[in-house]
Structures are given as structure tokens and as C-alpha cells.
Design a protein around this ligand. Structure first.
Ligand code: ATP
Ligand code: NMN
Length: 170
């Protein structure tokens, strides 16, 4: 069995339609995709409101329509950057390509000889976790920027109320 397996890492706070578009394109190039849920230990913060388990739920439901085997795996941060790549690979199935636009992630993987591809950005001004959290806080429309399944998860966990509470605006 010689599978083409790739790794895509993000915080997914929340998982949005930009992530969905990237994964749809990656799915055409690989047999299996490992989705790393970064900063897994963080939640209940203005920039990281959702738990790792809630982000697993978002991804699981949002990707029901996608034709690729995927693993959504929470990955905690490490205190030291130089050990992060070996920590990641100790927690994931083997992969040969990383998809990311994060400069630190690019640097750390390239230093260890792993091939990195940078996916194109989709409507980055709106499809952005930062913009979606801002809209939630300001009471603006945000549901059209995420898959319907993600809006349902956020409603189920009362995510907007939590974000406002941790931001001290509710
Ligand atoms: N609109 C988009 N189109 C394509 N790729 C995106 C888009 N938004 C984010 N990405 C990429 O997805 C990966 C994971 O991103 P992340 O989960 O941090 O989302 P984000 O929208 O950048 O979140 P935040 O604004 O909270 O930092 C990163 O490589 C990021 O560059
Ligand atoms: N030392 C570390 O723990 C380390 C290093 C590089 C990236 N990361 C994580 O990888 C993820 C990258 O995702 P983004 O592209 O969404 O920023 C983040 O969760 C970030 O914390 C962690």
C-alpha cells in the first residue's frame, strides 16, 4: 500500500469556508488527509474560543460531503519550536506533504526536509477566523462564512455567548 498522505494544520477557531475550499482542492491530490487541530490545549479565549473536541465536531460534520479519508487530530502546542515537528509526527499517521501558509510552520517543516505546499487563499478578507470572531462579537452576520454544519455546532454549544463572555462583552 503506497498511499499519498498529506498534513494540513490550523487552529480552526472556527472551521470556515476558506478551510473547506482548501481541503476540497487537497482532496483531489491525495488519498488521505491528516487535519491537525493546532493549539489543541487552548479554548475559552477571545482568539481561541472553541475546545479541541468542539473543533473535531465542526470538521467531522463539515466534511461529510468530501470524498477523502481524513483524520482530524488535536495537536497541543510545544514550548520549544524545534521539537514541534517531531511532536506532530509522533501523533499522526506518516505523511509526505504539508499544506500551510503559516511562515513558522513552513520554516519548521522545510528544515526537516518535508515538502511544503502553500494553498491559494479564498476570499481571505471574509473567510478568516479573526473576521468571523469579530462579527460574532459585534453581533454581525457570520453564518454565511462557515459550513452550515459548523453554524449548527456553534449553536449547539452556545459558542457566540461563550465568546462574548470570555471577551467581557456580555
Ligand atoms: N480564506 C482562506 N483561504 C485559504 N486558506 C486559508 C484561508 N483562511 C485560512 N487559511 C489557511 O488555513 C490554515 C489554517 O488557518 P487558521 O485555522 O489559522 O484560520 P484563520 O482564518 O487564519 O484563523 P485566525 O484568523 O483565527 O488566525 C492556514 O494555513 C491559513 O493560512
Ligand atoms: N511550538 C509550537 O507549538 C508550534 C510551532 C508552530 C506551529 N504551531 C501551531 O500550529 C498551528 C498553525 O496554525 P495556523 O496556521 O492556523 O496558525 C497553530 O495552532 C500553532 O500554534 C505550534
Amino acid at each position: 500500500m503506497n498511499m499519498k498522505r498529506a498534513f494540513y494544520i490550523g487552529r480552526f477557531q472556527p472551521f470556515h469556508l476558506g478551510h473547506h475550499s482548501v481541503i476540497t482542492s487537497i482532496a483531489e491530490e491525495v488519498d488521505e488527509l491528516i487535519i491537525g487541530i493546532g493549539s489543541a490545549q487552548k479554548s475559552h479565549e477571545v482568539n481561541n474560543p472553541f475546545t479541541a473536541g468542539e473543533r473535531v465536531m465542526m470538521i467531522r460534520h463539515a466534511l461529510e460531503d468530501i470524498d477523502v479519508h481524513f483524520y482530524a487530530l488535536p495537536i497541543d502546542d510545544t514550548l520549544q519550536n524545534p521539537i514541534w515537528v517531531s511532536y506532530v509526527t509522533s501523533r499522526t499517521p506518516p505523511f509526505d506533504t504539508v499544506y500551510t501558509n503559516n511562515p513558522l510552520v513552513i520554516e519548521l517543516f522545510e528544515e526537516t526536509g518535508v515538502k511544503v505546499k502553500q494553498p491559494p487563499m479564498y476570499h481571505r478578507n471574509e473567510y478568516s477566523g479573526t473576521e468571523i470572531r469579530r462579527r460574532m462579537l459585534e453581533g454581525e452576520e457570520w453564518k454565511h462564512l462557515v459550513p452550515d454544519a459548523v453554524a449548527d455546532v456553534i449553536e449547539e454549544i452556545n459558542g457566540v455567548r461563550r465568546l462574548r463572555r470570555v471577551a467581557g462583552t456580555d
